[in-house]
Design a protein around this ligand. Structure first.
Ligand code: BGC
Length: 415
């Protein structure tokens, strides 16, 4: 497996290894953890079974910022991968550049308009044309909990922020890591998604992260969200800095830590370790954010190619991704829920069933929001500006009030 890190040498290497993949697909993605690789294998085997070859192009890093940097270098070098994992606004940016293949014929043949929810179509379609195939719906406002520690400490599922803090305090007092966390900007932003939603609710989330209203960005709810992040900072272990998210999940899997706040790709790690939802681990919404879902949808965008075989491979891949059977087989492993509304939850575990039901409820009640941390609330430049402030604050550079006013400035400069 080739794994590119973002070094100058890697970028130079990429530009000199231009290849034609007429015999299959070259897939750029950031699914590099154990659970993610298991899910990716479902796709790979599906395509190999149809005679479509696979060239792997992994670039680690949740949220996909690093993958998007590598993508830009590949396109600049005149050698775009054929298929790329992409989120939200990034899809729209590439479509606006005219770089993406038109999937309308396949979408019409398979009736995608009728089965993909509007919240996803907003990103999969550009100027009315399908430009990407949604694989799943993830959401970021989840807590993953170790059942044995909860039972040992007599902890019930927390239903308020105060109960959540009390549970973490009990775990810390008993010598456990209360909150498994990896100190990387995208992980801090992922936690911030649900903390901010928990403080200010849907109206605040909309105003701050979607409308980018300076009053919300710099206001009292934002200050309170940063204060809650400071509380969380007091519950992480000394070695959190730089830790990958899946290693933080492993701390909950192994009984070293009580909770992790993370998107439901974390479930893929528990499942990959042989654990079962509702038994060895629990899932619940971040206290305060119940009734809402901050979502992101992994989609595969196909880059324009001229070779007929390569185009055929792209269509086969998009068709596979959208098939109901694939959506079940893939998402039960990945931790996400289907991107189609016509799929039964029968094959999904307790957390998957909960996720599917809550997604539908949130969509019906106005509680469904694109995740800021995962490219579904605002364009990449704004998202990255928010990452910088959130992570600087988490690492002690600003107090809560300063962080809120930095949000206003950073967002203004990024637009
Ligand atoms: C993606 C997930 C992925 C996670 C961590 C998110 O941005 O949507 O599919 O598992 O990052 O890598």
């Amino acid at each position: 497996m080739r794994m590119f890190k973002l070094t100058g040498a890697a970028v130079a290497l990429m530009s000199t290894t231009a290849m034609v993949h007429a015999d299959g697909v070259e897939v750029l993605h950031w699914w590099t953890s154990g659970g993610e690789a298991a899910a990716l294998n479902v796709l790979k085997s599906d395509l190999e079974g149809q005679g479509v070859g696979w060239t792997d192009m992994p670039v680690a890093g949740g949220g996909g910022s690093d993958a998007m940097t590598v993508l830009r270098a590949r396109v600049t070098a005149g050698d775009p991968p054929t298929a790329v994992q992409m989120l939200g606004f990034a899809i729209q940016d590439w479509a606006a550049e005219g770089a993406l293949a038109d999937l309308n014929a396949l979408a019409a043949e398979q009736g995608w308009d009728d089965v993909v929810p509007a919240a996803l179509q907003n990103f999969s379609k550009h100027d009315g044309s399908w430009v990407s195939a949604p694989v799943n719906v993830h959401s970021t406002n989840w807590v993953w909990a170790n059942t044995a520690i909860m039972e040992e400490l007599g902890l019930a599922q927390p239903t308020s922020w105060d109960e959540f803090v009390a549970a973490m305090q009990a775990a810390q007092d008993a010598g456990y890591v209360a909150l498994a966390h990896g100190g990387q900007a995208w992980q801090e932003a992922t936690v911030f998604d649900s903390i901010a939603m928990g403080v200010g609710g849907p109206d605040f989330y909309q105003a701050a992260f979607v409308d980018l209203d300076p009053e919300a960005l710099g206001g009292a709810d934002m200050v309170e969200a940063f204060k809650r992040m400071e509380t969380l900072r007091g519950f992480v272990d000394d070695n959190f800095s730089g830790r990958d998210w899946n290693l933080a999940s492993a701390m909950v899997v192994n009984g070293e830590a009580l909770f992790q706040i993370m998107g439901d790709w974390a479930k893929g790690e528990f499942v990959n370790a042989g654990q079962t939802a509702g038994k060895e681990f629990q899932c619940f919404r971040v206290p305060g954010s119940e009734g809402t879902v901050t979502f992101n949808s992994d989609q595969f965008a196909m880059f324009n190619v001229t070779d007929k075989d390569a185009m055929g491979a792209q269509v086969t891949m998009a068709s596979s991704v959208m098939s109901p059977e694939f959506q079940v087989a893939f998402n039960t492993v990945k931790g996400s829920v289907p991107a189609r509304t016509d799929i039964s939850d029968a094959e999904f575990d307790a957390c998957g069933k909960l996720g599917m039901a809550q997604l539908a409820e949130a969509a019906a009640s106005g509680g469904l929001f694109g995740s800021m941390a995962h490219g579904h609330a605002n364009p990449p430049a704004v998202q990255n500006a928010m990452y910088d402030v959130i992570t600087a604050h988490f690492n002690g550079e600003y107090d809560a009030e300063t962080a809120a006013s930095e949000m206003v400035t950073a967002v203004e400069l990024a637009q």
